[in-house]
Write a protein that binds this ligand. Structure first.
Ligand SMILES: *Cc1c(COP(=O)(O)O)cnc(C)c1O
Length: 490
């Protein structure tokens, strides 16, 4: 399997290892597989008979990572999903709410958000890729984070040989727990910097560094190559395909659906990485009726799928679901490339128009009968948390609540009772203030007191990884302006 850039008119192809090591293509485009492997229903049925998440990962990932050996992939998978998750299922699927309504919890990894699903695997794949390609340079990973990616990347890459990592986060754009998680990170190769700006400023700043040919050449001369751990990296996307098959396989295995039945997924969406992995799974043969793309007030994607126009020229809202506070949804470019029938020149034009004028047209987005898009405002989000806890005793975080709220209105509008998986992306303990508010409390005391309060109120334990933050020293205090980020790349 080879990979090409969404913007490359020349159609130069690279291996999966090269795509993973580079992150972004030299022309600014994103790497996509040349074609999509497919799974028959028989093969999907086989997945349902496998007992562990890791086994399913080992069946799916080699279809894309063809320049690594099956042993290399298996080794990386075992390292990532073997012991570091706090639930034996790795990704538990359970029934919540009404019959046919399921939740897939992607947040049982070390940082309690779904980013761990990919970022526990990516560093291990990078190490293999470095060996396979004979890559000599040291790698510096640059990350722009809206909160969860940063910590997950720091945990994935800390003390990995031959790699260092610098994480930029928007100074006032992340939750208290997210910030504490990042600034207390250990490891000899980690660097965390706050940027005066919002997430889009931060992400734009990182992209600018990647495109700065002079800076890259200077670093190269010192034996350093830049790479990305943002969700634009192919190595971030490919691990996420696995859990869509996993969810389906679990529902088949537990007799809730028959193999071949179609299901829906509701995905709380920001940079469009999570949902795109699901869309790829569908291309590979997973029986899906609808993807429901759920946004918060930064509802640029809702409008995109309803109008065929991507228009980021709108006010930026800071919401209770900060990991979805995004107006430039980077991974959408990969879907647009498919909607353009893989016309790279047209994709490049649209992205140029977005960079220059803040918008572009893609009328093909209107023709997707498997896509629904909607958004939840702040009060609807909090209402969903309160209702799911009151009615079903299920505690959800603010991002998952956006999906729940959108789904409730979808069912009310359409009456569609297809079995549906709500993709749950974070532990409620990462967004304690908003969750307490939703449960009718007025948050008080310090961060630590609030965790205890949430625990007492809901009868759920404070996750060990949250509790330990109390005793860790703050190690990262740097702050910079958005035009000055390059200076902080070590
Ligand atoms: C990153 C994140 C999202 C959004 O995922 P995308 O892949 O950017 O669409 C949603 N919820 C949480 C908790 C996240 O960390």
């Amino acid at each position: 399997m080879k990979y090409l850039s969404t913007r490359a008119a020349t159609r130069e192809t690279v291996t999966s290892s090269e795509a993973i090591l580079r992150g972004l293509a030299p022309d600014g485009g994103l790497y996509v597989p040349q074609s999509f492997p497919t799974l028959s229903l028989t093969q999907i049925e086989e997945l349902s008979r496998m007992e562990t998440y890791a086994e399913r990962a080992k069946a799916i990932l080699p279809l894309y990572l063809t320049d690594l050996t099956a042993e290399d992939v298996a080794d990386a998978v075992d390292g990532a999903y073997g012991t570091r998750f706090d639930d034996p299922a790795v990704v538990p699927i359970s029934c919540i709410g009404e019959e046919g309504e399921y939740v897939m919890e992607l947040w049982h990894g070390p940082t309690l958000a779904f980013k761990d699903m990919a970022l526990q695997l990516l560093p291990r794949l990078m190490a293999k890729a470095r060996r396979v390609t004979g890559f000599r340079n040291k790698i510096t990973i640059l990350v722009a984070t809206s909160g969860d990616t940063g910590k997950a990347a720091l945990e994935g890459f800390r003390d990995v040989d031959g790699v260092s990592i610098t994480v930029f986060y928007p100074l006032d754009g992340v939750s208290g727990a997210q910030k504490l998680q990042m600034v207390t990170t250990g490891g000899s190769n980690t660097n965390v910097v706050a940027v005066r700006g919002n997430f889009d400023d931060t992400q734009t700043g990182v992209k600018r560094i990647f495109r700065d040919a002079e800076a890259c050449a200077r670093l190269n001369a010192q034996g350093v190559s830049l790479s990305s751990a943002n969700s634009i990296n192919w190595g971030r996307l490919v691990p996420q395909i696995v859990y869509y098959f996993h969810a389906y396989a679990e529902l088949v295995a537990s007799g809730r659906i028959r193999c071949g039945d179609k299901i829906n997924f509701v995905v709380p969406t920001g940079n469009f990485g999570n949902i795109l992995a699901g869309i790829y799974a569908r291309r590979m043969g997973l029986p899906v009726t609808k993807f429901i793309c759920a946004s918060n007030c930064n509802n640029v994607l809702t409008d995109f799928f309803r109008t065929g126009s991507y228009d980021a020229r709108r006010p930026f809202h800071k919401t209770v679901s900060p990991s979805m506070d995004i107006l430039i949804s980077s991974n959408l470019e990969r879907l647009v490339f498919e909607l353009n029938d893989r016309d790279a020149a047209r994709t490049a034009e649209q992205m140029k128009s977005l960079a220059a004028g803040g918008s572009y047209l893609c009328p093909e987005a209107l023709s997707l009968d498997w896509m629904e898009a909607d958004y939840a405002d702040e009060s609807q989000t909090l209402e969903a948390i309160g209702r799911m806890f009151a009615d079903y005793g299920y505690l959800m975080d603010t991002h998952t609540a956006v999906a729940q709220s959108v789904y409730d209105r979808y069912v009310a509008r359409t009456g569609d009772r297809t079995p549906t998986v709500i993709v749950s992306t974070a532990s409620a303990y990462k967004f304690t203030d908003a969750v307490l508010t939703a449960l009718g409390e007025i948050p008080s005391g310090d961060e630590f007191a609030r965790w205890e309060r949430l625990s007492a109120l809901t009868g759920t334990p404070v996750p060990a990884r949250i509790r330990e933050l109390k005793d860790l020293p703050v190690r990262h205090t740097a702050v910079c302006d958005k035009d000055d980020m390059l200076r902080f790349v070590k």
